[in-house]
Design a protein around this ligand. Structure first.
Ligand code: V47
Ligand code: SF4
Length: 398
């Protein structure tokens, strides 16, 4: 049975609630759901129903295509002026000796270790410190472009930009123009956390607020460029606090069309100030992906960031609205390993990523950061494929 037939069956079913069926009917008719309906889904909808609806949208937009890219991360420092309570990664300035602070040369040495490797993107993000200022990042982007012009620079979030622009006494507009001239290609989705001040002030007090985060993305989009958006969920927020940022993101996307992908980030509780807060269950993670897919009708892509969620859940998420599982990360990100993610050494080769996508009956497609197709792996077979153990293997059902 295909995804249309499954949705038709659900719409005819006596078991689904009237409210759910009316939401599903709206989606089937190509209409967007409103905030109350989104809240209803969070409060009441069952995983299986959400899966059918989200998968219908996913397959309508992308069929079986599942995207990944070849990238690596550079984290200039893990020392930070801010003290977000969910952050396992940052070391306060007081504990500077426990952290790292890379110089320009250190960072360029890391970049050069990827010379000759077929990566298309470097993702740069880290703590906020005074020496990493406007001049530093402008020089860094220029140096990277001088060394490897075709490498896409996806770097920094409004948390860093707000700080360095204020310190450098430039407006957001001037700052983002300068970043572009220096070589910035796109912005990752971090720093969004939860926008509502009831939660944001509690977990991420002091750093840029929701309006500032959205303004910086708006300006970047209006300059003609793309970015991503994240939401850190599964801690002290309630479902209403999840609907709220998704509404603001959907509105900004209506205005600019500049977002490429939405990335729900599951809160991980190891070694941070919120270690007492239990983590969300896998069922809740899958519900959250599905509801994001259903609500954010104007976002092309929903991404499961596998180093954080784990390979199995990333595979499962492909049936719950997700069409992208990020990249081949060569043990270069510490944000999640330090927070207790499934993946203690997050590296997957292209062969491994292709295999785990194929084993849940989807089509692996390597993309660049802007979703141009680099290679369709549908018919590419690797000799090593049978050696990969421990991934989910779904039966092929017609
Ligand atoms: O903003 C920090 C999150 C984000 C924890 O745009 C945590 O392609 C869970 O934004 N538990 C940074 N989450 C990572 C990020 C990202 C990742 C992958 C792809 C893209 C993209 C963006 O990580 C932070 C914060 O929300 N984070 N600590 C934690 N304990
Ligand atoms: Fe600093 Fe980012 Fe960690 Fe907050 S989440 S403490 S801004 S590194």
């Amino acid at each position: 049975m295909n995804s249309n037939q499954k949705l038709d069956q659900l719409l005819d079913s006596e078991n689904a609630s009237t409210e759910f069926k009316s939401i599903a009917r709206k989606v089937a008719d190509g209409h967007r759901i409103n905030d109350d309906e989104c809240q209803y889904l969070f409060d009441n909808a069952e995983l299986a129903e959400l899966g059918i609806l989200a998968n219908y949208i996913r397959e309508k937009k992308h069929g079986d295509a599942t995207y990944f890219n070849r990238n690596f991360h550079v984290e200039p420092t893990n020392i930070c002026l801010y003290t977000c309570t969910f952050c396992s990664y940052s070391r306060l300035i007081k504990k500077r000796e426990e952290g790292w602070e890379y110089t320009m040369d250190d960072i360029m040495d890391i970049i050069k270790t990827y010379d000759g490797k077929p990566v298309t993107e470097v993702h740069i993000v880290g703590g906020v410190l005074p020496q990493y200022d406007l001049q530093f990042y402008s020089d860094l982007f220029k140096n990277i472009k001088k060394h490897r012009p075709e490498l896409h620079i996806k770097a920094l979030t409004p948390v860093e930009y707000h700080y360095i622009f204020k310190k450098g006494k430039v407006s957001y507009q001037e700052g983002m123009e300068l970043m572009k001239e220096s070589g910035l290609d796109s912005m990752p989705g971090g720093g969004a956390e939860i926008f509502h001040p009831e939660i944001r002030d509690e977990i991420a007090g002091g750093k840029c607020n929701a309006d500032q985060w959205l303004d910086i993305h708006r300006i970047w989009h209006k300059l003609g460029h793309r970015s991503n958006a994240t939401m850190l969920y599964g801690h002290i927020e309630n479902f209403g606090h999840r609907v709220h940022p998704m509404r603001l993101l959907r509105e900004l996307q209506d205005e600019t069309g500049g977002f490429q992908t939405f990335i729900p980030l599951k809160f991980r509780n190891k070694d941070n100030q919120m270690s007492h807060v239990a983590e969300s269950t896998i069922v809740e993670d899958l519900r959250n992906y599905a509801i994001s897919r259903i609500y954010l009708d104007n976002f092309d892509h929903i991404k499961a960031y596998w180093p954080m969620i784990g390979r199995d859940t990333a595979q499962l998420s492909l049936s719950f609205g997700v069409d992208d599982i990020d990249g081949t990360i060569d043990d270069t990100t510490k944000i999640y390993t330090m927070a207790g993610s499934e993946e203690q050494s997050p590296a997957l080769s292209t062969e491994q990523l292709v295999t785990l996508i194929r084993r849940v009956n989807r089509k692996p497609i390597e993309r660049d950061t802007l979703y141009n197709i680099v290679q369709d792996y549908t018919d590419v077979k690797f000799e090593s494929e049978n050696e990969f153990k421990g991934y989910l293997q779904l039966p092929v059902v017609n």
